[in-house]
Design a protein around this ligand. Structure first.
Ligand SMILES: [Zn+2]
Ligand SMILES: [Zn+2]
Length: 139
């Protein structure tokens, strides 16, 4: 008698598992080919974005264009444009150097923070005005 009950119970559990399995197949509708194309389109876009971010990170980590970066008087953060990209309007813009106050005219609206001379004299990034090597200084 115990053996029969045990056997029935096993069958019962088996049936419930089987029903749930069948249900899950029925409820999970197949995606349309248009939906699959859309999913693939997004995934491919995101995957390219990640690869681009990783290669940017590698460029930053290795400072792969250090010569050009220093020649352009920019810190690594600004040079490799980490986090944001500057949007510049196409208009000649007057600006004052934040260090010496000299008035200059820049070719677009993304004006520098300091002039080339101050960048050279004080090792500053022209774009953000911070230390060109992103180092803290005491004087
Ligand atoms: Zn200056
Ligand atoms: Zn900078």
């Amino acid at each position: 008698m115990i053996e029969i009950t045990y056997a029935l119970n096993v069958v019962g559990i088996y049936d419930i598992l089987r029903i749930n399995y069948v249900k899950s197949i029925i409820m999970k509708k197949k995606l349309s080919s248009a939906q699959i194309s859309r999913i693939n389109e997004i995934s491919s876009f995101k995957s390219k974005k990640v690869n681009k971010a990783l290669s940017k990170a590698l460029e930053l980590a290795t400072d792969s264009s250090k010569k050009d970066r220093i020649a352009g008087r920019k810190c690594a953060c600004c040079y490799y444009t980490i986090g944001y990209s500057r949007i510049a309007g196409a208009a000649f813009t007057e600006w004052n150097c934040e260090i010496c106050g000299k008035l200059s005219i820049y070719s677009n609206t993304a004006i520098p923070k300091c002039c080339d001379e101050c960048s050279d004299n004080y090792d500053l990034c022209v774009e953000c005005g911070g230390d060109i090597n992103m180092k803290n200084r005491r004087k």
